[in-house]
Design a protein around this ligand. Sequence first.
Ligand SMILES: [Zn+2]
Length: 216
Amino acid sequence: MIMDLHNHTVFSYDGVNSAEQVIENAIYHGVDVVGITDHQFSIGSGNMGEYIEKLTECKRKYFGYIKVLAGLEIGTRPRPDDLLTYDIEKLDYVLFESLDDFRAMDFFEFVSWRRRYSCPVGLAHCDIFALGERYGLDMPEVLRSERIFWELNTSGNYNCYYDFLTNAAKRGAIKRAGVGVSVGSDTHDITEYRFKQLKRANELVERAGLAKPFEI
Ligand SMILES: [Zn+2]
């Protein structure tokens, strides 16, 4: 199974494609599950209804061809003030990005937010091992107990994914803890779609026997 749970559309300030274009590109490449995750700050809480409606329409339109999931990427640098005004429970999942960045919100505050939501929550492009070291936490164990999944981001912009690829100890820690793992291309323009890297990460998840991020 090939998942790609991190994609941007024109609802993001930096996405250039429509949701249909992103989904049809995923179908063309043989992706089984595609997630749209536009930025909360560019959608705006006032337009969340329109965003969710668009993705619901796409779920119906492409039913039988590909599974479409409605996600959201929440920026944490700095912590957004208006998060609780977003109707997050209508989404299939939410990604919090770059929590390992020194400008990001406090990890424990993030966890307290995560507990408010029943929908699946994941960490996008975040070096969880570095973050664990900084906070003195066994991060795989924390993610398991707080029901937080972790993303392998194949955009080529984040070294922690490549580190994970070559580090058996880290793969073992994630597997032992049973942390769910997602794969996301973080595509902003389908002409730059990195399918080979996406496929490779999906194969790694399968081969290593890592848990699914949530029921997909
Ligand atoms: Zn993104």
